[in-house]
Ligand binder design. Sequence first.
Ligand code: 5RP
Length: 240
Amino acid sequence: MSTDDWKRQAAEQALEYVEDGMKLGLGTGSTAAKFVELLGGKVRSGLKVVCVPTSEATRSQAAALGIPLTTLDDTPELDLTVDGADEIDEELRLIKGGGGALLREKIVAVASDRVVIIADNSKRVDVLGKFPLPLEVVPFGIRASERLIAKLAEDSGCEGDIKLRIGTDGKPFVTDNGNLILDCAFGSIDDPEALDDALKLVPGLVETGLFLGVADVGIIVGPKGVEVLSEIDIDFDEDV
Ligand code: 5RP
């Protein structure tokens, strides 16, 4: 079995949470894309849902599959969001933003009753931080923001290279919201809550890729099968 198969299994398992009539948030990234693909199949078979995508990429994919779309302006409360993650720890704390969609992902997740995270087991960590933490920042004064981020992170016990994300075209990566991403290679983040609180003091920082207290369920698939981390009751068979 490949990583791709594990991602697909996690996506299949997440479909168990979807019920007719639900308002859904659709995540971004290769794992979330598998869920969107499977959801498209269910919609073709008659499932009625309306969905808010967390990126323009997901919007295009969902629209091409004929999945009915809405916006948070028209539908500000969602039943369920299914999304991927770059890292997930035992307490369902996440690093997200590898795909650059962290701001919309967090807005959509927080507007949802339930958040299910799907991932292959390479994303499972004991301590967050091996994956460089993405921060969405406004372009104005980015060097000043970067200096302040480095200082506040150091005060919270985190040091490491902070790099402006560059896109495949060789230019700074621009998010769907017109902002930039700083990727912070902090290594171990021993106190994610303290770091998150500290970083939010930076005026030019829009949002961090730390998703703390956001996820309700983590469905992680690897060579040993399915692992479900949950803050809520699970009502389906955990064996795939
Ligand atoms: C995008 C994200 C993604 O969920 C994260 O990067 C995981 O992506 P993938 O499923 O491709 O590994 O946070 O901003």
